[in-house]
Design a protein around this ligand. Sequence first.
Ligand code: SAM
Length: 466
Amino acid sequence: MALYAAAAAVLEGVESRQGSIKGLVYGSRFQNVKQLYALVCETQRYSAVLDAVIASAGLLRAEKKLRPHVAKVLVYELLLGRGFRGGGGRWKPLLARHQARLKAELARLKVHRGVSRNEDLLEVGSRPGPALQVPRFVRVNALKTCIDDVIDYFKRQGFSYEGRASSLEDLRSLKGKHFLLDPLLPELLVFPAHTDLHEHPLYQAGHLILQDKASCLPAMLLAPPPGSHVIDACAAPGNKTSHLAALLKNQGKIFAFDLDEKRLASMATLLARAGVSCCELAEKDFLAVSPSDQRYRQVQYILLDPSCSGSGMLTRQLEEPGAGAPSKKRLHALAGFQQRALCHALAFPSLRRLVYSTCSLCQEENEDVVQDALQKSPGTFRLVPVLPSWPHRGLGTFPGAEHCLRASPETTLTGGFFIAVLEREEVSSSVSQTEALGPELTPSPAPKRKQQQRKLAAGASTPPCT
Ligand code: SAM
């Protein structure tokens, strides 16, 4: 199976110092980078255990043609993962010959070390930290389906729906085949950590978007009404763009910019799969997009999610626990771009509301950028207080910074994130639409059945709800 060969190649590249896991995964030709990345990280985490089991079972001695990195990935899947995907192809019969011995060696290792769980075989530093306990958030794509249909589909697949969560504790204690509706976001389902839905037919058909909860907040807080014109300034790979399109109900226009050709290509695929038809994609430097261009005269909403250090990214925390602090030089360069991009965005004449977000934990890329922009346009824009019940706020580095939101595995069970909502003063002095969003985002009853409910047959290869 191509996945296993690709994972083995990445592991081999990392070992011979050709690059980081992330770099090699993105550089590989394997399409589903998330799936590949997860498999490589997990295999890597258990590397020492796998080496021990493979050696004591004599696998490589018996199977001379089996390459060590392929063996490692396959044994991970067999013993520690969820079993072979897609039936396992040609590897299944080969590994089947050694399965009993490999299992026995793993059991022996556990007895020897006096532990009962696989996890306890790991070195202390590689045991699951908060990042590994973050639930799997699944955004239901309203352009293609509805929440009731998706819930039905999962129920028919043997999942048990527990209703709307009332606290983070409910999310933290999710296990097995149980799932919930998020307490805050109306179209977000929550599954236990490590639930892998990359091969799920609803994901493949664009009905589900696998998107962390924190990353769903920017579009939700921008809340452009259907028909409006929106700029997504740094848009690829496009999860937030597809969320914006869903909020717009595909009515209106999204001008989406990005510099990176490859990322734009995967974005085009993502948007097509998600049924987005209101987006104009352009390979362009956002800083070179003129605010006075007549095409953008109706743009009242801007999402600015610029390149950042990514220090809050879960994947980074999994790959290099404790790492993620960028060098001063890199931070300075990133913050410089972020400040320019934010000031540039605020220059669009019809702009009413802007959401600035990063997946960075660094003050220099977050509160400092927002403070700089507010200082450069005094009296024009203000920070809007949003989601008063959100537990993790901006660092108190300037008056009003507490209106910003932060997120982390420890405090919000999400990736590390920062969000600021800015509104033009004249809008804010009447009734702020964003603030008016507040009550809607407090827990409300679970979704009602739609009148004309379209049933999804669990197991159908093409989900009919389109
Ligand atoms: N908003 C995206 C999403 O949710 O999928 C993620 C955006 S990512 C954090 C930042 C993006 O900004 C990268 O794809 C990068 O190529 C792009 N970028 C960097 N500099 C840019 C510029 N000057 N103009 C437009 N895009 C830029």
